[in-house]
Design a protein around this ligand. Structure first.
Ligand SMILES: [Zn+2]
Length: 165
């Protein structure tokens, strides 16, 4: 894994809106049911989820929510972060999730494991979740600022979950 941006003193994610990506490691297969579709299983491995945050608190609030344990399941990705471990966070202020997804989907080895995951409101993308090789890092050439999730947690989102890998 490439070295990610070290956080500066007083580091905090931007409260501005933008797009983000989460690298999530699943250590065991995760059975899932999306809506009324037949059950599926996400195999163990490394996943990247793309989202956007333009509500109150912007990227800081949304990513902070994703890093918390024990939150109510609201989105598809909540199932993934509850079962797995968030290891990296990438933020792209003012970015859009579909552009970020397209950039990550072009990375070697990227596949869409589950069409429709995270993209119920999107007409452009097959999903907002990718499966990637285990050594993939969002810090490796993707536009935006990437951090170890543990650094983000240590900087003020210390509500659980996260350990640097
Ligand atoms: Zn999209």
């Amino acid at each position: 894994m490439d070295k990610l941006t070290p956080p500066a003193a007083g580091f905090a994610l931007p409260a501005a809106g933008g797009a983000y990506a989460l690298t999530v490691d699943l250590s065991a297969a995760l059975p899932l049911r999306l809506g009324r579709r037949p059950p599926v299983v996400l195999p163990a491995g490394r996943y990247v989820y793309c989202g956007s945050a333009y509500g109150p608190g912007g990227l800081r609030a949304r990513v902070g929510r994703h890093l918390r344990r024990g939150k109510p399941v609201r989105w598809h990705v909540d199932r993934l972060t509850a079962a797995g471990r968030v290891v990296e966070v990438l933020v792209r202020p003012d970015g859009d999730e579909c552009g970020l997804f397209a950039a990550l989907a072009a990375c070697p080895g990227a596949v869409v494991p589950l069409p429709g995951f995270g993209s119920s409101d999107c007409r452009r993308c097959p999903a907002h979740l990718l499966r990637l090789p285990p050594d993939f890092s969002v810090g490796n050439g993707t536009a935006g600022q990437a951090y170890m999730a543990g650094e983000v947690a240590a900087a003020g989102h210390r509500e659980g979950n996260i350990a640097a890998s």
